[in-house]
Design a protein around this ligand. Structure first.
Ligand SMILES: Nc1ncnc2c1ncn2[C@@H]1O[C@H](COP(=O)(O)OP(=O)(O)O)[C@@H](O)[C@H]1O
Ligand SMILES: [Mg+2]
Length: 391
């Protein structure tokens, strides 16, 4: 997904732990002494929901939280709007400690700043699509004509124009989920929390919704926290992905970054079946290279280097090769866009002996050669003979 994120941190999770049970503080002490989830459950009947989570979620990004069932995804996201309070640590939203919000500030915060889309749509069956979408706005005191106008905009945005007078029962699951999405968008909240929002949909409709969410996000630049246990969905939607296991954060990174360099064996097994060639982009693999303005200037370097022709064009040359004039040994550069996937790079690489020049928004981001591509793809084979992943 295109990265719209700025550097501004919207949600900061600081050392958050959550323990379920009658005496979480005591159990916390045991966990700090090194006790894991299974042992804690066994010895004291407390559930370690989350352990020492640190995360930054930035303005404009889609941040995916991924993990198997029971790994703590919902527990984590529910901390963001304080449906759950941590046993230890704190959550800052736009720099504000959510635990310090008073009653009315919290109500305001949930209505205006952060809104949630649920897996099971949670639509009111006796209200029409439009009434469902604007329900929260009316409760919030917005005048009806304005709410209807806002509601209709969101209904159009999610592709449900013409269905505003239908009742939820008359709609398919996918359409109902769009109503849920329209309702969340209508609040104008800058942060959307989506907990397995598409998981109940059948695969084709689900893919439609994923593409639609990408389109909406490209227009609105919300900050979206999206939970899924589906890796393909995570890779399709996430600018960053966090992988949870047993309440612990195992890795946070871009999809490509995680595929290229899994932090541990668990993550490696988690991602082993992904077709890397389709997910990893050329931009993620490009090796930055200096740009020389003459072959002579590059003589101290080695391997393929980039030479400027002085007129805005660029060629490639093997540094260290002998040449008499300024132009001998320079080969035309074949360019590829940073967003192209490695599968596309294969074709271009196989036709010539030289690396590709990777371009990002008109600028050179580096070179990409066979070796790098093969090394990145090899990782999937390394993990291939490991036993299957279990919970
Ligand atoms: N209210 C609760 N009381 C006790 N245990 C809970 C509660 N909520 C969640 N858990 C436990 O915390 C862990 C994480 O759950 P959850 O966040 O729902 O996982 P996920 O959303 O990844 O499937 C699980 O072991 C779950 O059983
Ligand atoms: Mg869950």
């Amino acid at each position: 997904m295109a990265d719209n994120s700025s550097n501004q941190i919207r949600i900061k999770v600081e050392n958050v732990s959550k323990i379920f049970g009658p005496d979480p503080k005591a159990a916390m002490a045991a966990v700090e002494g090194g006790m894991g989830k299974a042992e804690l459950l066994e010895s004291s009947n407390h559930v370690l929901g989350l352990h020492a989570i640190n995360l930054d979620i930035r303005q404009g990004e889609t941040f995916v939280i991924m993990g198997l069932s029971g790994s703590g995804k919902s527990t984590l996201i529910r901390h963001f709007n304080r449906l759950i309070e941590p046993t230890a640590g704190r959550i800052l939203v736009d720099g504000e400690d959510v635990l310090k919000l008073g009653k009315s500030a919290l109500r305001e915060f949930r209505r205006k700043k952060i809104s949630m889309v649920f897996q099971r749509f949670a639509l009111l069956p006796h209200k029409t699509v439009l009434e469902n979408v604007i329900y929260g706005l009316l409760i919030d005191g917005m005048a009806k004509p304005k709410a209807r106008e806002r509601g209709m905009e969101q209904i159009e945005l999610v592709g449900l124009g013409g269905f505003e007078q239908h009742y939820p029962g008359q709609l398919s699951g996918g359409m109902q989920q769009r109503v849920g999405l329209a309702r969340a968008l209508a609040t104008d909240a800058e942060i959307l929390l989506m907990d397995e929002a598409f998981s109940a949909l059948d695969p084709l409709i689900r893919h439609d919704m994923q593409m639609q969410l990408r389109e909406i996000q490209a227009r609105l630049h919300k900050t979206i926290v999206f939970i899924t246990h589906d890796l393909d969905e995570a890779l399709l939607l996430g600018n960053h992905i966090a992988i949870l296991k047993d309440g612990m954060l195992r890795q946070v990174g871009t999809g490509a970054g995680i595929l290229i360099a899994p932090a541990d064996e668990y993550v490696a097994r988690f991602v082993r079946d992904v077709n890397r060639a389709r997910i990893v982009t050329c931009g993620a693999l490009a090796e930055p290279k200096p740009i020389y303005d003459s072959p002579q200037a590059a003589s101290g370097d080695s391997g393929w280097v980039i030479i400027s022709d002085g007129h805005g064009g660029h060629g490639l040359m093997r540094a260290g090769s002998k040449h008499d004039s300024n132009t001998s040994g320079i080969e035309a550069a074949i360019t590829i866009d940073a967003s192209a996937n490695v599968e596309e790079a294969f074709g271009a690489l196989s036709r010539r002996d030289r690396p590709l020049m990777v371009m990002s928004e008109g600028r050179i981001s580096g070179l990409l050669g066979w070796q790098t591509v093969l090394r990145a793809l090899e990782r999937s084979n390394e993990a291939e003979h490991k036993p299957p992943l279990s919970n």
